[in-house]
Design a protein around this ligand. Sequence first.
Ligand code: HEC
Length: 131
Amino acid sequence: MKNTRFALSWIGFALLAGSFVTVAAFAQAPSSTDPQVAFNNHCRTCHSAQPGDNRLGPALHGVMGRKAGSVEGYSYSPGFKTTDLVWNDANMDEFIANPNSVFPGNNMATFAGLKDAGDRKAIIEYLKSLK
Ligand code: HEC
């Protein structure tokens, strides 16, 4: 009898723990337009938000309002080296939608552009927060 009770309380515990995990998973379910989640999903493979942390792409800390192609120590493709473009909402939106339309032949390589305007807006919001 004692053993059965012991076993039942373990089953109860397991069920309880299981439901906690489920609740936690739901609580963290990302909305597609959460700025940081959108950035993590689409950009973080190649970009860090930390200053000076160049990965495959240049660090994006402080990028809004900055001259394009100006992160120190990062080797940009030729289009970036000669540009006078300063990043703002409009040109960043265009760049994220279609990098080649702003800098033809850029090195963003496999990143073909993000079609979802809501995600682009969220990402620009996130970039603005990196100060
Ligand atoms: C496949 C890797 C990759 C992904 C994914 C990627 N990038 Fe890039 N990004 C790069 C590379 C490489 C460069 C440098 C381009 C060059 O030199 O031509 C770059 C350059 C940039 C620049 C120019 C920075 C400057 O200093 O002027 C911005 C802005 C940028 N990316 C934003 C983004 C955003 C926002 C996303 C997500 C929507 C993103 N990138 C996704 C690789 C990537």
